[in-house]
Design a protein around this ligand. Sequence first.
Ligand SMILES: [Zn+2]
Length: 338
Amino acid sequence: MEQNERRLLRLGIHVKYYNPLQSTINRIMLMDGFVNAHAHLDRANTITPDSLKDSSLGLQEKWTYVDKIKRTSSVWDYKERITDALMMQKFYNTRYICSFIDIDPIADYTALTGASFAKDEFDQQEIKLIIASQTLKGVLNKAPRILIEDVLDTVDIIGSLPAADEGRESEHLDVVLNWAKQTGKRVHVHVDQNNRPTEKETELLARKTIEHGLESRVTAVHGISIACHPKKYREELYKMCVDADLTFICCPSAWIDHRRSEVLSPIHNSITPVDELLERGLRVAIGSDNICDIYKPFCNGDMINELRLLIDSCRIYNEDELINIAVTNGLEVLGMMD
Ligand SMILES: [Zn+2]
């Protein structure tokens, strides 16, 4: 303890009164900082005063809106933006960050090459970039599928967006989970992002994880719509997630902006129901998601803000659990403990 106090003093941290947030942050600092388990750094810092006006577009519209930036960005543009974003993450005391990087017929390998250069530059310093493949154009059409298949050795984690193959989400998962079996790599899957009671992607992911025998290797990103379902459904879903040993990444500010609607569902905050997941023994990590882009123009990637939002929206007041979320579980889902 004495040694910890000396280290804190060297960092300029002196706490006179008990402040649970500061106490938690101090402990995270003693573990060398946050693990930001989910981001999209290839579009970080692309917001402009002009594009800010379009930031109220819907999610699916934004998936194609970013094509403009992807078509006009060079490898060096990507490298510079990602490098700058990594420097800011370092400033915010992030030690590891996982970024999805678009690999599709629009971006081709431009974003991936830029990200790889940025990763190499930072690997010797105090922040490590882990690259996951983003499947924004799906994996069922041949062109995007081949592009990703050819670089499975290059990416650290196999990423997935089943909704990009709308109506064929099950087949999409078969493709990416087969890649995981072939390569032994972990899989991160965007699920249940739309805060709608009709969405059941987390359930599909848990079933597919078990079907493919990939228990403990698959992570669900977001899972906002889980909380739209009645308690009975949620309890059944959580049991299935335990059976699949599914892990989760919550990006607290990412979907807090869901618009009000007249659809009726159980009252909930538009965030992963982390409190319920923890109560069932499921492990949750934290991510910033988009930083200064068309999706989240005002998100600066400060992980203390993300943690605060999670604490307040899900009432998670246990310091040990918060440390697990901010560091330990992040290391697990990024494969740093394999
Ligand atoms: Zn994402």
